[in-house]
Design a binder for this molecule. Sequence first.
Ligand SMILES: NC(=O)C1=CN([C@@H]2O[C@H](COP(=O)(O)OP(=O)(O)OC[C@H]3O[C@@H](n4cnc5c(N)ncnc54)[C@H](O)[C@@H]3O)[C@@H](O)[C@H]2O)[C@@H](O)CC1
Ligand SMILES: [K+]
Length: 505
Amino acid sequence: MKLLSAEQTRAADAYTIQGEGISSTDLMERAARAFAGWFENKFQPSEQVHIFCGPGNNGGDGLVVARLLHERTYGVQVYLVGEQDKTSQDFSINLKRLPEALQPKHIAKSADLPALVKSSCVIDALFGTGLNRPVTGIFAQVINMMNESGATITSLDMPSGLYTDSQTPEEGAIVQANHTVSFELPKLAFLLPQHEQFVGDWHVVPIGLSQQFISEVASDLYFTTQQDVHQLIRPRKKFSHKGLYGHALLLCGGYGKIGAAVLAARACLRSGAGLLTVQVPQAGYTVLQTAVPEAMTLTDKHRKHLSALPSNIDTFDVIGVGPGLGTERVTKTAVGQLLATVSQPLVIDADAINIVASSDKLKAQLPKGKVIFTPHPKEFERLVGKVKNDYDRLQHLREFCTEYQCYVTLKGSHTAIGTPEGKVYFNSTGNSGLATGGTGDVLTGVITALVGQQYSLEEACLLGVYIHGLAADLALSTVGSIAMTASDVIDHLPKAFMHLNQPMP
Ligand SMILES: NC(=O)C1=CN([C@@H]2O[C@H](COP(=O)(O)OP(=O)(O)OC[C@H]3O[C@@H](n4cnc5c(N)ncnc54)[C@H](O)[C@@H]3O)[C@@H](O)[C@H]2O)[C@@H](O)CC1
Ligand SMILES: [K+]
């Protein structure tokens, strides 16, 4: 699914209005109806609802929602914030349509601020995608009052004050919503960790924007849905043998971190690898053979660390490297050799990322179009330098991927996948249970297996990250997020693959 900028969303609105021959108030009615439908499922009519409306079409939506909720027997109080001489046309039309019983209150100065309490139910319709400067003055006072009240806030389309697709200046007030209900497509701002406190739980309701416009408009930002990955996954062939699904090599584990190799290996096998060889230091031999009997084990001549590549390295289809590796000098040399000599695709994680990050020479040796990095945000900063904020991080992600012609899965609550063409895909699965040691090793195993099965590197990233998150989501119902371990994620990979293999409803 594509993500649109605020400007593209406006264009989509206009295109839809023109294409369907409807008026902009008709589309506003549709949007408000979709919002009210969500709201009614969430909150009972016994709630008194406080709706704060700004001067533009977001406020106009708020007015329509007020009318609809009133019709459905909710107690509603409307507040019109700011001077009323600059309201949008659709706002004015819907103000006239407000039933007489709903006498709006005006808030133009601090003395007009109402007293909200913790149990209040608030709809924030101050600003949406039309916000074009930081929120100050009376609007900021209203926002601060809402935030401080502890009331349950549902933001309409956007948390007011938050920019849709660029960094919000620090001086602006921003609503801290419990829920944000947005139209048609998620907004980029929702997917960035720095906005969690503003956006709350977000939901998207369809309003019938032109699908033709959305499919034709140019955007290099995507949100990966189940439908997207469902189209990628390939069922196994009836007449298949293990040779068809790739022979993967994992170079993982160091003294005290052989478990990382075990996790990556188990995940790799649970993700369909035809054959798997794992090379570990001598200290890991018995562990690997016992914990993962399905994998072949090679031992390094070093007791504790990776120090050399296997002599038959050309026979493997894909190589995953990094989990638990350590950054000893011998290991750095081996990773350097790997980059300089191999022709297979590489999945580079953890300490192997740190090793690459520490040397411009190694970066320059990265084979083009053949590498997937799977960093967490700190490892990513080691690769690209310190970042200022989440937008800056995205910019670095794009630049790094295009400069080195590589793929990066930047792990986070909506893992962002960068491609050599500068596209970014945000993942839609996963939960806070993944914030525990070893889940990254699992992802390396999953992606390595998929590359071995001849998925393109882009497909392997999209599918791997999605499946990994889905396995964690399925694990929620059995172990919950607090107790979840990396092994639980592996144990739920089969269900996740089965889930994706079923026909879409
Ligand atoms: N365009 C359409 O046809 C549709 C628009 N929709 C709604 O319309 C919203 C966008 O409406 P608008 O483009 O009118 O924009 P907004 O309602 O988000 O805000 C624009 C208004 O606020 C003022 N403004 C912007 N930043 C300000 C600030 N910091 N302090 C004070 N005033 C500020 C602008 O001068 C303008 O008057 C969407 O978020 C959505 O809620 C929906 O009704 C769907 C259809
Ligand atoms: K809003």
